[in-house]
Design a protein around this ligand. Structure first.
Ligand SMILES: NC(=O)c1ccc[n+]([C@@H]2O[C@H](COP(=O)([O-])OP(=O)(O)OC[C@H]3O[C@@H](n4cnc5c(N)ncnc54)[C@H](O)[C@@H]3O)[C@@H](O)[C@H]2O)c1
Length: 271
């Protein structure tokens, strides 16, 4: 069901790789709600992904950008305003990658070149994106910027590896930059902390099947899907949440406030 919540709004959506991507579902929902946007991803992912199909469906232009590269980001933001015909109302940062996770390097035995790369892609890219938006004065007043995160920023999930640290850094950037964006430009900045979701990035984490099933059993409402996350993001881009900012918002079926559930206890009961 669509409510025209984003009618007349313009933005940029990072990170749609394939139809499982949270950004892909978000692009579809934003489009249904009347928002128009530029799609972007790393040039290397463009060749692999099916982003052209999404662009066609959502009448979007694609502007490739490596989110760690300031020149790419400057071009992306300038070009987006040109293509969309004005300043922006929303930006979704839906980017994550750890080389240590990909290559199976244990948290206690990091390759720090890889750690640095993963931090740049997963966390610092959010600062870079906002700094470029800020310097180009690219956001309209009451605009909204959202990045996606995971609860390993607060609690221990051993196999989440250095991504846990990257997410903690990302959430801190949302607060720190959000202060200046709020004060100077009346722009909101928030992170959504999403349930485990079967996507390319999600399934890259060792033991993913185990912890998605565990989270499902622990959460009174079950895991939030990619579509649930897309809907939550739409609400944060809309005018209905104008004074929600500097927050890390859980979209996780209640998981983050649980101690134990009966379903999980059952697995440990003697009879
Ligand atoms: N899947 C989960 O379980 C889960 C849970 C909580 C949070 N998240 C977060 O959601 C976000 C989206 O991930 P997803 O699960 O949809 O997976 P995904 O693999 O579909 O998306 C990750 C995206 O990051 C992009 N990317 C990687 N390096 C980049 C770069 N240098 N420049 C620009 N883009 C780059 C990839 O091309 C890809 O499109 C990530 O921040 C992820 O950490 C995912």
């Amino acid at each position: 069901m669509a409510y025209n919540l984003l009618k007349g709004k313009r933005g940029i959506i990072f990170g749609a790789l394939d139809e499982n991507s949270i950004a892909w579902k978000t692009a579809e929902r934003v489009y249904e709600e009347g928002g128009r946007f530029v799609l972007t991803n790393a040039p290397i992912a463009m060749r692999m992904g099916q982003i052209n199909e999404l662009a066609k469906k959502t009448e979007s232009e694609i502007v490739p950008a490596d989110a760690t590269n300031l020149e790419d980001l400057k071009h992306l933001v300038g070009k987006s305003m040109e293509v969309l015909g004005g300043k922006l109302d929303f930006v979704l940062h839906s980017i994550g990658m750890s080389v240590n996770v990909r290559k199976g390097k244990h948290y206690t035995d990091q390759n720090y070149d890889w750690t640095y790369k993963g931090w740049d892609v997963s966390a610092l890219s959010f600062h870079k994106t906002m700094q470029v938006l800020y310097h180009q004065d690219a956001m309209n007043e009451w605009g909204s910027i959202v990045a996606l995160t995971y609860m390993a920023a607060q609690r221990v999930f051993p196999d989440y590896n250095d991504m846990a640290d990257n997410k903690a850094y990302l959430e801190s950037i949302a607060r720190s930059f959000g202060y200046f964006f709020g004060k100077e430009r009346k722009v909101r900045v928030n992170t959504i902390s999403q349930s485990p979701t079967p996507t390319t990035a999600g399934q890259g984490v060792k033991g993913f099947d185990g912890f998605i099933a565990y989270a499902e059993q622990m959460s009174p409402l079950g895991n939030a899907t990619a579509l649930d996350c897309a809907n939550y993001t739409v609400s944060l881009f809309s005018d209905l949440t104008k004074r929600v900012t500097l927050q890390n918002l859980y979209n996780d079926g209640g998981f983050s406030n649980m101690g134990v559930s009966n379903e999980v206890m059952q697995a440990f009961m003697k009879e």
